[in-house]
Every structure is written in C-alpha cells, then in structure tokens.
Design a protein around this ligand. Structure first.
Ligand code: ZN
Length: 216
C-alpha cells in the first residue's frame, strides 16, 4: 500500500468505516511504516481533542441555558410578589373604605345605665369625634342571656349619615323587680341566671339583669 493511500484512508479507518480487508492492509502497512503510524496516531489525538472541545462547548451552552432559566425564575418571582403586594394593598384599601366597623375598645365607649321608672336603658356612645357605636343584640329566650356586641365605626362614605346616631340605647322594661316585659309582649320571670353580657374588644361585662333594676 502506498503512503498516500494509507493517509487518505486514515480518517475513515479511525472512524471504523473501512472494510475488514482495507483494515488489514492499513495495519500491515503501518507495521512497516513508522511515518504512517505516527501520522495516524497524531490524527487520533487531534480527533480526541476535538471531541473534548465539543463536549466543553456543549457544557458551556448548557450552563448558559441554566443561567437563563434562573433569571426567568427570578423574574417570575418578582412579578408574583408584585402582584401579591398590589392585591394586599387593594384589600387594605377596601377595608379602609368600606369595612371600617370593628369591636370597640371599652375605653372608647361611654357606657351608661339610666333608670326611668320601670325602664332601664343601657346607652352606648362613642367618645371620639366622627366615630359611632353600633350594637348587635343576640337574645336567647331560654335562660335569658342577652349578648350585646359593641362595635365602633368611622364616619365614611358607605353609610348614610342619618343612620349613624349619636348613641345607641337598649331598654329593658320591668314590670317589677323580678319580672321583665319582653319585646314580644311576654313576661319573663327573672332568675339569678338571667344576665346581659356586653362584649367589647378588650373585655366582656356580665351583669345580672336583676341588678339593672336595683341600680336605682
Ligand atoms: Zn507509509
């Protein structure tokens, strides 16, 4: 085999594309020809280095994609947290404008018990300007417990001004010291278990209803 033929076939031989017969001829020639052997070894090394470089390049491009992905993740995080912040701000604004009613601190409420003959009136009044008191009243007929929740409210746009009174009065009408006249016209014999409980944010006052009559 000629040197030139051997060298021409070298790349194909390294890639194992040559036939069995050609391989034998090449190997036979290389056994005798040091030049061609060196040539082939050198070519093998070069190809191997090329492969290595190729791998490094691949790795570098993978790193690049990783970086891009991390960047995207950060951007998503920023967007999500911004949306969350806006959402919270809107909720806060909503509560400030529309839902400004809260259980009142007893310190902000002027609570009085007034007696007019057989009627006893609990009155609640806001101490602050532009604040109003709203009460919700939960009565249970069985073992008469009257629970009054005392709310405080800002003057705002959501409530017509005429609905906001200067104070809230809750009146109990006694027939005698042991008998209460209920709203539905029925009479209620009072025991020591019959109480009114007034709930503020910071405390709950529980008063036996009999004691209301006694305050005179
Ligand atoms: Zn040769």
């Amino acid at each position: 085999m000629k040197h030139s033929v051997c060298r021409d076939l070298a790349p194909a031989y390294i890639d194992k594309l040559t036939s069995e017969e050609t391989n034998e001829q090449i190997e036979e020639h290389m056994n005798q020809c040091e030049e061609c052997r060196d040539y082939l070894n050198k070519m093998k090394e070069d190809l191997f280095l090329d492969d290595e470089n190729e791998e490094k390049k691949d790795k570098r491009s993978i790193d690049y994609f990783k970086k891009v992905r991390t960047k995207n993740r950060k951007r998503t995080l920023v967007i999500v947290s911004s949306l969350l912040a806006i959402f919270l701000a809107l909720i806060t604004a909503y509560y400030f404008v529309f839902v400004n009613m809260w259980l009142a601190n007893s310190g902000n409420v002027e609570t009085n018990i007034q007696n007019h003959d057989t009627a006893v009136t609990l009155s609640f009044k806001a101490k602050k300007d532009n604040h109003y008191i709203i009460t919700t009243d939960a009565k249970t007929d069985e073992g008469y417990t009257d629970t009054i929740f005392v709310y405080e409210k800002r003057n705002d746009f959501s409530t017509p001004a005429k609905l906001l009174q200067d104070g809230v009065n809750i009146t109990y009408t006694f027939l005698d010291e042991n008998t209460l006249l209920l709203d539905n016209g029925k009479e209620k014999k009072l025991t020591d278990d019959d109480r009114v409980s007034i709930q503020y944010k910071d405390k709950t006052d529980v008063i036996p209803i009999k004691d209301l009559y006694d305050t005179e």
